[in-house]
Design a protein around this ligand. Structure first.
Ligand code: NDP
Ligand code: OXD
Length: 308
C-alpha cells in the first residue's frame, strides 16, 4: 500500500513515525511537483491546489483536521475519491475545555476582577443568573454536540442551530435559516462551531449579529470567514456586543495591524482551541483505511454538495 503524506510542514516526523508504526506494510511518500502519483491514499493538511490535482487517482483523501475548507477546490475531485474528515480524534475534549473557559470567564466576570486587582479594588459584583445566559451553539455536529452537552451539565440553558434537527439532551434544537432569527434573538452567548461552506461564509454579519440581545458575547472557534470582521468591530465599539473570544481568523496568522489585536473587548488565541492530535488521528485514519481495504463503510466521508 502506498500513502502520500503532506502537511504544511507541521509535526512531519511525528506523523510519519506514527503512521509507519500503525501501518508497517505501507510505503509512505511525499509529493514532489511533476512526479507521477502512485499512492492508494493521501493524508493532507492545507495542500496546494497542484497537489490536490496530483491525487485525483487515490481511493481516499484523509483531511488531517475536521474542517475540509483546508483542501482547495475539493468539489472538483472525481467521485471515485472519498474525502474524509477527522471525527473528533481528541478534538471534542479540547473544544469543550476552551469554550467552557471562555463562557465562565465571561459569565463570572473574571476580566473585570483582573482589572479590579490591577487597581487594588475589593469590589464584589452582584451574582448573575444562569437562566439569563442562554448559550446558543451554531453547529450541532461532532464538536457542537459535545460542547452543548458539556455546557448543559453546568445548568446553562442551551440551544443549538443546525441544518437538520439534532436531538441533544437538555438542548433545544433550531434548524435552518427560517429559525435563525428566533435562535439568535434569545442567545446571550453565541458559540460558533459551523464548517466554512458556500452557505456559511459571512453568515455572522451586521444584520445577524444585531439580532443578538444587547450585551451578548461571541465565541468563534470554527473559522474566521464565518464572521464579517468590520461588522463585529462596529457592534463591539457600539456596545451592542459586550465582547468576543476569537480563536480563528479570516487571515492566519492574524495580521499585526488588525484591530482585533488590541481591542479592549476581544480575547484572542492563535487557532489552538482544538488541535489535531497525531496518535489519535493516525489511529482513526488507519482503522478507516483497514475498513476500506476490507470493503466496509466508514464514517466522516464529506458530502460534496453540502461542503462538509
Ligand atoms: P460537523 O460536520 O460534525 O458539524 C457541522 C455542524 O454544522 C452540523 O450540525 C451541521 O448541521 C451544521 N451546519 C453546516 N452547515 C450548516 C448550515 N448551512 N446551516 C445550519 N447548520 C449547518 O463538524 P465538527 O463539529 O466536527 O466541526 C465544526 C467545525 O469546527 C469544522 O468544520 C472546523 O471548521 C472547526 N474546527 C475548528 C478547530 C479549531 O481549532 N479552531 C478544530 C476543529 C474544528 P447538520 O447536523 O444538520 O448536518
Ligand atoms: C480543524 C482545525 O479543522 O484544526 O481540525 O481547525
Amino acid at each position: 500500500m502506498r500513502i502520500l503524506f503532506h502537511t504544511a510542514g507541521i509535526d512531519r516526523e511525528a506523523w510519519i513515525d506514527a503512521l509507519q508504526r500503525a501501518l508497517p506494510e505501507a510505503h509512505i511518500e511525499s509529493w514532489t511537483a511533476g512526479s507521477v502519483c502512485r499512492a492508494d491514499y493521501a493524508l493532507l493538511w492545507k495542500p496546494p491546489l497542484a497537489l490536490v490535482e496530483h491525487v485525483r487517482g487515490v481511493r481516499a483523501i484523509f483531511n488531517l483536521g475536521a474542517g475540509v475548507d483546508s483542501i482547495p477546490d475539493f468539489a472538483a475531485l472525481p467521485r471515485t475519491v472519498a474525502l474524509v474528515r477527522l471525527d473528533d480524534a481528541g478534538m471534542a475534549e479540547q473544544m469543550v475545555e476552551y469554550v467552557i473557559h471562555a463562557l465562565l470567564r465571561h459569565y463570572r466576570e473574571f476580566d473585570t476582577y483582573a482589572e479590579q486587582q490591577h487597581n487594588g479594588l475589593w469590589q464584589p459584583r452582584p451574582r448573575r443568573l444562569k437562566s439569563d445566559f442562554v448559550v446558543g451553539i451554531l453547529g450541532a455536529g461532532v464538536l457542537g454536540a459535545a460542547v452543548a452537552s458539556a455546557i448543559a451539565t453546568l445548568h446553562f440553558p442551551v440551544r443549538t442551530w443546525s441544518r437538520t434537527s439534532r436531538a441533544i439532551a437538555a438542548a433545544t434544537s433550531f434548524t435552518g435559516i427560517s429559525e435563525l432569527e428566533t435562535f439568535l434573538s434569545a442567545t446571550r452567548v453565541l458559540v460558533c462551531l459551523l464548517p466554512l461552506t458556500r452557505e456559511t461564509e459571512g453568515l455572522l454579519d451586521r444584520e445577524r449579529l444585531s439580532r443578538l440581545p444587547r450585551g451578548a458575547y461571541l465565541i468563534n472557534v470554527a473559522r474566521g470567514a464565518l464572521v464579517a470582521d468590520a461588522d463585529l468591530l462596529e457592534l463591539l465599539d457600539a456596545g451592542h456586543l459586550s465582547g468576543a473570544t476569537l480563536d480563528v481568523f479570516r487571515d492566519e496568522p492574524l495580521p499585526r495591524e488588525h484591530r482585533f489585536w488590541h481591542h479592549p473587548r476581544v480575547a484572542l488565541t492563535p487557532h489552538v482551541s482544538a488541535v489535531t492530535l497525531v496518535e489519535e488521528s493516525v489511529q482513526q485514519i488507519v482503522e478507516k483505511i483497514r475498513r476500506l481495504e476490507a470493503g466496509l463503510p466508514i464514517t466522516g466521508v464529506v458530502d460534496r454538495e453540502r461542503g462538509y
